[in-house]
Design a protein around this ligand. Structure first.
Ligand code: FES
Length: 160
C-alpha cells in the first residue's frame, strides 16, 4: 500500500489556494492529489524489467521498468489509458487489467479488498487484477498485460 506524503510544496499550494480563493468555498478546498501516481523510478542499469501492455486497440507497447513499480504507475507514467480514479487506494476498478495467464500465478493472491473491487469491474476474467495492486518483481520480467475495452467508474447514483 502507498504511504500518503504531505510535502512542503503541497502545504504551500494549499495555503496559496486558501488565501487566493478565500471568498470562494469550492475553490478554497485543498486540491491535493490522493497520491502522486504515474511517477516511475528509473531502473538501475542491468536491473531493468520488461512489461508489455496490450492497449484497447490491440497495439503492444513494451517498457523497461524498475522493480516495485505498480502496473498503474507504469501505465500512467507512459500515458496509457488507465484511469486509476481512486489514486491507487483499491477503492475503484478503473485500473482493471488482464494478466497473461503465463504470469498470473507469479503474482501474490489478491486480498479481500481487491476481490471486492474486481467484482465491480467490467469484463472480469480468470486472470483479472487491479493494476494498482500488482507490483513489478524479477519473476514478472517479460509480463504481458491487456487493458480491457471498458472500465467502470462508480457514481453515487449507482447506489440508489
Ligand atoms: S486505482 Fe482505484 S482500485 Fe486501482
Amino acid at each position: 500500500m502507498f504511504k500518503p506524503v504531505f510535502t512542503k510544496r503541497m502545504a504551500l499550494n494549499y495555503l496559496g489556494s486558501a488565501i487566493k480563493y478565500r471568498h470562494n468555498p469550492v475553490l478554497r478546498l485543498p486540491r491535493i492529489p490522493v497520491r502522486f501516481h504515474g511517477h516511475l523510478k528509473k531502473p538501475n542499469p542491468g536491473e531493468e524489467l520488461h512489461i508489455t501492455f496490450i492497449t484497447k486497440d490491440g497495439t503492444q507497447k513494451t517498457f523497461e521498468v524498475a522493480e516495485g513499480d505498480s502496473l498503474l504507475d507504469i501505465a500512467q507514467g507512459n500515458h496509457l489509458d488507465m484511469e486509476g480514479a481512486c489514486g491507487g487506494s483499491c477503492a475503484c476498478s478503473t485500473c482493471h487489467v488482464i494478466i497473461d495467464p503465463e504470469f498470473y500465478d507469479e503474482i501474490p493472491e489478491p486480498d479481500d479488498d481487491e476481490n471486492d473491487m474486481l467484482d465491480l469491474a467490467f469484463g472480469l476474467t480468470e486472470t483479472s487484477r487491479l493494476g494498482c495492486q500488482v507490483f513489478m518483481k524479477k519473476n514478472l520480467d517479460g509480463i504481458r498485460v491487456a487493458l480491457p475495452a471498458m472500465t467502470r467508474n462508480l457514481q453515487s447514483s449507482d447506489f440508489d
